[in-house]
Design a protein around this ligand. Sequence first.
Ligand code: NAP
Length: 455
Amino acid sequence: MEDDGELNQNPIYDIVIFGASGFTGKYVIREALKFLNTPSSPLTSLALSGRSHSKIAQSLKWAAHPNPPPDIPILIADTSDPASLRRLASQAKLVLNCVGPFRLYGEPVVAACVESGCDYLDICGEPEFMERMEAGFHEKAAEKGCLVISACGFDSVPAELGLLFNSRQWVPPAVPNRVEAYLSLESTKKVVGNLGTYESAVLGVANADKLQEFRRSRPKKPRPLIPGPPPSKGSLIEHQKKFGLWAVKLPSADSIVVRRTLASLTENPLGIAGVLETAEQIERRETFWSSVKPAYFGVKMGTKSLLGILRIIAVGVFIGLFGKNSFGRWLLLKFPSVFSLGWFKKKGPTEDEVSNTSFKMWFVGQGYSDSSLVATGNVKPELEIVTRVMGPEIGYVTTPIVLIQCALILLNQRESCPKGGVFTPGIIFGPTDLQERLQKNGISFDVVSKNSLPA
Ligand SMILES: NC(=O)c1ccc[n+]([C@@H]2O[C@H](COP(=O)([O-])OP(=O)(O)OC[C@H]3O[C@@H](n4cnc5c(N)ncnc54)[C@H](OP(=O)(O)O)[C@@H]3O)[C@@H](O)[C@H]2O)c1
């Protein structure tokens, strides 16, 4: 294996995985290896990157098991050393960033990629980071011709593609008004997450006021025209009898990322043109976006028992209360298992726990069988379309699948993607074959039912 390469103006690696020693990073390596130098794969050269050569070598060994680790270059880079990041970015066509919390470590990586003009994807689920990167780097990335796309993991691709999928089932003159997604995690063992995600969530709560302040300082985004009134807030806990779930609002990044995609769509009703699209690709993009109808969107976390929902609320209350001051944050991060009631562990889930967990995300769309009904004052939705996205464990199986498929699309179809800028996954990958690719890799999309609602 070679170490720390010299500055290179021409990218030598299709993909560099940064944060390859991390808990998620090692699962991302494992997913990438499935496509390295396989027939018709655009991934022909891969490098791994991070702070510690030995930890990355261990991750590679784990990821390649039971095969011997392949000879893959390891590039040493640290987010506190901008020169190391520039060196990393200058050697990559595409950087996959798995170093989080992103609010602490992400910006120098984005800056280095934009500076050197290489594409950047990450698995961030932190709205403030994403919005700050858009504000700070969109124009430069557009000028340099590089794409910066955050949230290419479970946060927020199943939500983005799931909403687009539901919205496209509304055949004119039918229109949706709202789509509520219900996420349910299922396991024959235990649902467990690694500390990295928990820390990102705790820091998000701690900085919630800063995000509001930042948003107030930014120009207002255009809002899509949605037929009918916004849904009412409803009760804190909902009993969704159809799926046998108790549900509570999930303050994840999903609804924010979807809202940003719908804002981009409002500004670009036929999507964003690619660098060099064929007539067929233009038609595909325009047909795709013409069939998407914006709707109010929210996400709820569901569990089979009321007790499960009370546990989720309790964890939310702990993070909300303790996350506000530094001693409370220290407690939360020192004893993650205690304050998350066993959902997050310092060592993360075991392989067995990961392989025995799966998710279902139900998208309940409500709207009108004819858009003209809204104009006649009959505003209560009278049609419901339920769709579902299902897949394996969210953080360490679905996230690597999503990230690697997004990466392969960029390697394969870069010319038909926009030249550059900071975007959400939905607006870039919506009209591509990402949904088909996810389906081939174990993440399914189905229409569950179409029903009239009682008057
Ligand atoms: N989108 C999703 O659904 C999803 C799913 C899973 C994870 N995530 C996010 O991914 C992030 C990572 O989570 P994780 O559980 O994998 O965390 P983790 O195990 O703690 O991994 C963090 C990684 O960042 C590296 N790192 C930390 N500081 C660095 C620095 N200054 N320079 C270079 N590398 C540095 C670590 O390297 P060392 O090994 O050298 O310490 C390690 O490789 C979190 O933000 C999490 O929220 C998102």
